[in-house]
Design a binder for this molecule. Sequence first.
Ligand SMILES: [Zn+2]
Length: 202
Amino acid sequence: MIRHHPADTTLLACAAGRMPPAHARVIGVHAALCPHCAAGLAAAEAAGGALLEALAPVALAPDALARTLARLDAAAPEPAPPGFDLAALASGRWRRVAPGIAIMPLMARDATDSRLDLIRVAPGRALLAHGHSGAETTCVLTGAFTDGADSYGAGDCVETDPAVAHQPRALPGEDCICLIAVTHHLRPRSWLGRVVRPLLGM
Ligand SMILES: [Zn+2]
């Protein structure tokens, strides 16, 4: 059963397109698993549409057409990574970064300094203790982990406050695979972590 959901303000930001694509992707995967948040997103999108319709029309800038046509010639946006279908996601290549820990990059770091990865942690293994210099949004796909304060299972969405340091540890059972968006970088709490962090790229 899903117990952890994104904040209402996160759903609003996601519906309004005000969230880095990597984080929006994680929220979208959670919403695909969570009828409660899917309904919240749909309501936020409908509210945004109603607000747009209520706005008085304004004249377009004289160069609006030219700028729109120019965008057609711009490079196509990076294709979205596969959805939450784990079989499709796992068609990429896992890169082992530590005993029992592997990552699969899905979206390279973008203009918002955000990236999207799958991370797979063997039961009982822990990530290095770390803080954050930006937002971290996680959706658990398989298995479960604990951060010491609470535990998170399949479908749960975790928004980590950048001010909070934590050390996620996979719970016994199956591998814990998470979809994780990170803006800026993790801040390891140990010298070993600072050595390993560049290998993670996070
Ligand atoms: Zn939810």
